[in-house]
Design a protein around this ligand. Structure first.
Ligand SMILES: *[C@@H]1O[C@H](CO)[C@@H](O)[C@H](O)[C@H]1NC(C)=O
Ligand SMILES: *[C@@H]1O[C@H](CO)[C@@H](O)[C@H](O)[C@H]1NC(C)=O
Ligand SMILES: *[C@@H]1O[C@H](CO)[C@@H](O)[C@H](O)[C@H]1NC(C)=O
Ligand SMILES: *[C@@H]1O[C@H](CO)[C@@H](O)[C@H](O)[C@H]1NC(C)=O
Length: 334
């Protein structure tokens, strides 16, 4: 009996076991297999939905980021373009400014104005007659006119004029350096024993179009040109910051060591010259060109030292037994 079980009993047994087990594992009211599966499905669907939602969100965020990135890229491109444009503009501005500066440079540099002319048109001159030096050696700035002997200043400034006049024995050289009709420098020379050349300088501050020339101051002036001597007239524009000119001696008779005092101050830019002592005190360091022009009469001595801080810099002497004389000397001193 125990070995043989009827199929009905068996079925009941399985059923009871299953029911029993079902009851043991799940005490809930809706705890059927179906319910469980439904729940699982529900959960799966929910999860899927959530995943979809998340995906959607991520896609959206990705999209947003993409468009943000694009707008950043666009902005960056725009900035880059603007930067390039600015660079180009800056370059062209700098270039045009540099061109401008380069063009100014030529006008800032003081143009060269200088001339030299030699050989007298007329060797015999009357008082008041302009000395015409006809052969132009150079004429930068085109100021000098060799048909009139007049230098017309192309630009205002300070000019150094030099004249060098030669004559024969017993002949007069009498000259005035004229600036717009006014005598600026004068001198005379006559030698009874030999041919002579005399020089003079004139440092002049002039306006544009001022006229400068040399004229005779005596009816019997007679110059001389030959292979040994050239009479000439020249100038150069100079750029001084300090300059003075004083004329007329305080004392005409001088002892050795006595300072020559030129009492009438014509100009004194920088206030270096003192006409009570005859001493020029350099207001600023630099290179200075000093010129002296000393005149005397027959048989008188002119003996001079140009002194710099008590030391002799330039010296000279002149004595003419037969005539009047003016002598010049230059001293370039640092
Ligand atoms: C002016 O100078 C030039 C150059 O030296 C010369 O050719 C010309 O003949 C001169 N003119 C007169 C009038 O001397
Ligand atoms: C002066 O002009 C001459 C030509 O007439 C030229 O050769 C010379 O270079 C010029 N000098 C200066 C300093 O400008
Ligand atoms: C110094 O020069 C000025 C200007 O020329 C003049 O007025 C003054 O009298 C001069 N002084 C002397 C001592 O000569
Ligand atoms: C020199 O000084 C005078 C006045 O004393 C003035 O008119 C002139 O412009 C000055 N010149 C220079 C080159 O400084």
């Amino acid at each position: 009996m125990a070995a043989r079980r009827s199929p009905v009993l068996c079925l009941i047994f399985v059923c009871v076991i299953v029911t029993y087990l079902g009851k043991v594992r799940c005490n809930e009211p809706h705890c059927s297999k179906f319910d469980f599966e439904e729940k699982v499905l529900e959960k799966l669907v929910l999860m899927e939905f959530k995943a979809e939602e998340q995906e959607k969100t991520i896609r959206k965020e990705l999209g947003d980021m993409k468009s943000e990135l694009k707008s950043y890229r666009d902005d960056w491109q725009k900035l880059k373009q603007e930067n390039d444009d600015l660079k180009t503009i800056l370059k062209s501005v700098v270039r045009s400014r540099l061109d401008e500066i380069a063009s100014y440079k030529d006008s800032l540099v003081t143009p060269t104005v200088m001339f030299k002319a030699r050989k007298m048109k007329d060797l015999s001159l009357d008082k008041g007659q302009t000395m015409i030096f006809k052969d132009v050696m150079f004429n930068n700035g085109s100021g000098y006119d060799n048909t009139t002997g007049v230098f017309t200043c192309p630009i205002e400034g300070v000019y150094l004029f030099t004249i060098h006049l030669c004559s024969k024995s017993e002949r007069y050289i009498t000259y005035d350096v004229m600036v717009d009709g006014t005598i600026h420098t004068k001198g005379a020379n006559k030698d009874n024993t030999g041919n002579v050349c005399t020089s003079a300088d004139a440092i002049v501050e002039v306006h544009e179009a001022s006229r400068v020339w040399v004229q005779s101051n005596y009816d019997e002036d007679e110059l001389y040109d030959d292979v040994y001597r050239w009479s000439s007239f020249s100038d150069t524009l100079v750029i001084p910051t300090v300059m003075f000119k004083a004329r007329r001696m305080k004392d005409l008779s001088l002892d050795k060591g006595q300072t020559m005092i030129f009492k009438d101050v014509m100009f004194n830019n920088g206030s270096g010259y003192d006409n009570t002592t005859g001493v020029f005190t350099c207001p600023v360091g630099g290179v200075y060109l000093f010129t002296i022009h000393l005149c005397t009469s027959t048989s008188k001595y002119i003996t001079y030292d140009v002194m710099v801080d008590g030391t002799i810099h330039t010296k000279g002497a002149h004595k003419d037994a037969t005539g009047y004389v003016c002598i010049s000397a230059d001293a370039i001193v640092e």
